[in-house]
Write a protein that binds this ligand. Sequence first.
Ligand code: MCN
Length: 835
Amino acid sequence: MSIDSIDPDDVDAADILGSAIERREDPALVTGDAEYTDDIQLDGMLHMAVLRSQYGHARLRDVDTTAAEEMDGVVAVYTHDDLHREDTPSGGSYSLPVGWLLDSLRQVDHPILADDRVRYQGDAVAVVVAEDRYVAHDAADAVAVDYERLDAVADPDDALADDAPTLHDDAEGNVAFEWEIGDDEKTDAAFDDAAHTVSLDLENQLLIANAMEPRAAVADYHPGTDELDVFMTSQNPHLHRLLMSGVIGHPEHKLRVKAPDVGGGFGSKIHHYADEALVAWVAKDLERPVKWTATRTETYKTDAPGRGHRTLAELAMDDAGNITGVRVDTRANLGAYLSTFAPAVPTYLYGTLLSGQYDIPAIHCSVTGAYTNVPPVDAYRGAGRPEASFLIERLAHLGAREVGMDPAEFRRQNFVPDDAFPYDTQVAVSYDSGDYEKPLDEALEMVGYDDFRQRQADAREEGRYLGVGFSCYIEACGLAPSELAGQLGAQAGLWESSLVRFHPSGTVTAFCGTSGHGQGHGTTYAQIVANELGIPYEDVEVVEGDTDEIPQGMGTYGSRSAAVGGSALVKSSQKLVEKARELAAHQLEADPADVEFDAGEFHVAGAPDRSVGIKALAEQSYLAHDIPDDMEPGLEATSFYDPDNFVFPFGTHVAVVEVDPASGEIEFEQYVAVDDVGNQINPKIVEGQVHGGVAQGVGQALYEGAEYDANAQLLTGSMQDYAVPKAMHIPEMDTGSTVTESPHNPLGVKGVGEAGTIAAPQAVMNAVVDALEPFGVDHLEMPMTAETVWNATGGSAATDGGTEPNRDGDRDRNRDGDADADGAPDAAVDDGGER
Ligand code: MCN
């Protein structure tokens, strides 16, 4: 089942909001007409290459740039000391800032060029600027670095161990923070009283985002005006401008950050990295345009990876299968330094979602953030919420099995009831609205669940192993309001801003502070504005991603654009309508209170022939020949919209797989996704977002994982080694939806951008584990490669269809390199509450 796109010309203006019209941005993207950062060519442009540490951890004894400087075509070579020399153009911090603070946070210095020590393979040591990109890279190789190698650590548990090497003097024991949420005493009591408990010792592996377009930046300095233009792959140009201004010491109002077309971000282009700051600083220092584009290897080594949790998770239940408690202890990998929003991800974006879709009376979660010798870890699609959802839905699977209930019915029994919203969880957040049974019912229907167990039993008779896996996920998007975010540690407001401008001829440009990079904002925002103003969709143009054009903005991440950016556009549009109403009243000689607005026309109540269109009023407002005395000419409005709560999308995803124990291969029979993202502005774009998200979630479940060796050397530094799934690896998806409006924004929308990624991994794992139940497999580590599965089953059919595990643990390769004596499963089921 797939939604067909509609030509916007075939849609009545009144129906434009909610129509599955085709994306207007696609023709340029698919005909090569789009302009990416690397496409930008400026006169006299130089190229920058970054020399990166080849070691996970080392002291820099000496960095000798002589040979590189002498190479033909090399214009300059910079190291840490050059940034601080006396004649530098400005005094920046030359260290990267952190945008989210926690009480217990131990901040550490994050220089944009390493001082005396490198802390991950990829840490920037020197930059070379040359007339040609290839020369720049060759010259970077010619910089001679005398490293003194130090012990390194890539895993958070290893980093927190007593004998671990210390990364930073300011963070003893490599502890970046200790954080908790929920009520520990109440939760311990729930476990003491529990009739049943299950526990999981799991890893949520590090992932690398793999956008199609690597990070890139072009900087152009104008000495005459002291203006510095930076074109870069950004999800949030205004935030980048603010942060970069401090890092390189250039005044914010003379710094322009523009994101041209951006080929995917998935979170990795939110953060402020050293490279973009260096390009800007170098361009200013040399007074010449400079370009840097990451190689694919550089993206593997430096793009902020996501996830990286090790967790002990427990579920307590009563005799009737009601969940009575959840207890979680997580060690989160933060990498070598704190990335821009890193502290928020394994804390507030994670612990607050641990109630899942369930009415759970006691929850406690503690998290220790660990510095390790991997690149700084930060938000990657879903960010914190996939980790929470994975954990809860894995526990739900095991819990149902422990109490002998059907997994779907176990979930249904524990759902927050639909009359309990707004629902206050035990982990600080209040769910806005929900009706969790609806997507579950629709998914069960789509998957034909009534017959499934019989089919599964029949297949097992034939030595075939089918499994079904459920994921009843919840996510939180549009983090808000700013005051609350500030109390939680955000160093920024989380509003969004828009400017909607009528032109005198009646067409409109809508500017928004979000910055789409594949999500189709040009289409959906035009749908919103056209609907509010009652004008044709074609008459609305959308502009994002340029600090010179858009007054202010917070950017695109956390699936916030529809709920927060879209609402800012509604607010500005409504201001326009109100101003136009006054002008209409003036022209129609009526009281504004008597002037009604419908489908782009104002008319006097009860006198439909006394009317004037909003487009005509736009012209009148600019002519200003006949407007009210106290009215300013022109028709445009700016708004800042600060929501009063998050929005909480939800849904049920179901995977049906067949697992071949002899080869370890997993094949999808079906993948069903039923999502509730509130009202849908454009169902086709919503479906596309779900598809993309599920692809990434399936990637995590089956293929992807950043692997480091004992020296914190990246073993998966290319597409050859880091298995990004190909199209043939992704199942056909059957999508469905239910609609539960959010009461917290004028559109009634919830976010969708991360839904698929949050939902998919546990749907797949629950299905695989369900298939392998006869082998006694409770849990597998991700990615569930054929090798992992094969090791867990012993590579043969279960002898008696019974529950005896048949594994060959010797062959199992663990992430930490140890042979795992019992194969992958680390789940335990018992009926006591002791930890
Ligand atoms: N939408 C809708 N109806 C809704 C909700 C959303 O029609 N009820 C539309 C929106 O108007 C928008 C799109 O769906 O056109 C996604 O909206 P939203 O959920 O608000 O997410 P954002 O636009 O804020 O995008 C961010 C989100 C995130 S956090 C990641 S990561 C991600 C994702 O989007 N990265 C992406 N999707 C991506 N898609 C592409 N192609 N590339 C990425 O890098």
